[in-house]
Design a binder for this molecule. Structure first.
Ligand code: HEM
Length: 284
């Protein structure tokens, strides 16, 4: 069903031909940005946004309003297709690992799911040529680091050549830190046009919180490598390393939660925070 026939009040308020968006916000600058962004969308994406965010419909109601099966609706937009592909690949990885017992295949599916993750969220919309690969590499580095820590924690009580394993995980983690810092900084530069904007908004605050978390993780990891790993396989050192790795996993979980928030926080824009941008200009 075309947009105009959808049984919703005000649904068309965001379509470009109707002058668009002032009802969505009282701030004229936000309305202008919204109008610009919505005009840049394809018709099907615009229709879905109208139904979902202006009309407030559930996906089932949207499918009914558009007279389309729910599956068709989910595959109607590019972001919907990427999300579906990502979820399917993650499920296939789980299947390959847990049921088919083929770790190589599971790794391939998981890597493809991580690559698809790069094309979701802000990265898909802002400088995608750089930010999509940067985000895919960023999350892959996180996965390598987290996976290494999980293996270390699981095998700390028993397991042969634990010292060799700990050294390998430590080296891998170090490489992951470098990669995720470079790709994290790159994404920040692409999404946040000015240092001043880092301290004015929730988005910047979450990035700074992630940096603090990263600092804590690096400190724990350095202590493990310099003080604990050389003392292995002594029983006391093994237990101390397991405790330290448990703390790393706790901090890592908090940083991951922060990363989840980041994906939903609006990216700061200089036209909405002119003061913060000026601070940046003065700094330069
Ligand atoms: C232990 C450290 C880190 C972890 C575990 C981590 C994890 C993640 C994850 C999982 C995402 C994807 C979020 C999503 O779209 O669902 C992400 C995105 C991102 N990360 Fe990190 N990250 C870390 C460090 C950093 C650092 C140090 C920076 C910056 C200096 C950074 C900046 C970013 C940015 C800008 C994004 C994109 C968020 C968006 O879509 O707007 N990250 N991070």
């Amino acid at each position: 069903m075309p947009m105009d026939e959808a049984p919703m009040m005000g649904l068309a308020s965001l379509t470009p031909d109707r002058g668009a968006a002032p009802e969505a916000t009282s701030d004229p600058r936000v309305a202008a940005i919204l109008r610009e962004a919505i005009e840049a969308l394809g018709e099907s994406d615009r229709e879905v946004i109208n139904l979902r965010h202006v009309g407030g419909l559930s996906f089932k109601q949207m499918a009914d309003a558009l007279d389309e099966p729910l599956g068709t609706l989910l595959t109607a937009t590019a972001p919907g297709r990427v999300e579906l592909a990502r979820a399917a690949l993650a499920l296939l990885a789980l299947w390959a690992l847990a049921l088919a017992r083929r770790p190589g295949l599971a790794l391939a599916f998981a890597a493809a799911a991580l690559a698809a993750s790069g094309a979701t969220g802000h990265a898909a919309a802002i400088h995608p040529t750089w930010s999509v690969p940067a985000k895919a590499i960023h999350v892959a580095a996180v996965a390598v680091w987290l996976g290494g820590l999980a293996v270390l924690f699981a095998t700390a009580r028993a397991g042969d050549d634990f010292r060799g394993l700990a050294m390998r995980v430590s080296s891998l983690s170090l490489a992951a830190v470098v990669v995720l810092t470079v790709t994290g900084v790159l994404q920040t530069l692409l999404f946040v046009p000015g240092l001043g904007l880092l301290v004015c908004c929730a988005y910047g605050a979450v990035i700074l919180a992630k940096l603090v978390g990263l600092g804590a993780l690096v400190a724990i990891g350095a202590r493990n490598r310099i003080r604990l790993v050389p003392g292995l396989p002594a029983e006391g050192t093994r237990a101390a390393l397991r405790r330290a790795v448990a703390w790393e996993l706790v901090v890592m979980t908090m940083v991951l939660l922060a990363a989840g928030l980041l994906a939903y926080a609006p990216v700061p824009r200089p036209d909405l925070h002119p003061g913060a941008h000026a601070t940046h200009m003065e700094m330069n």
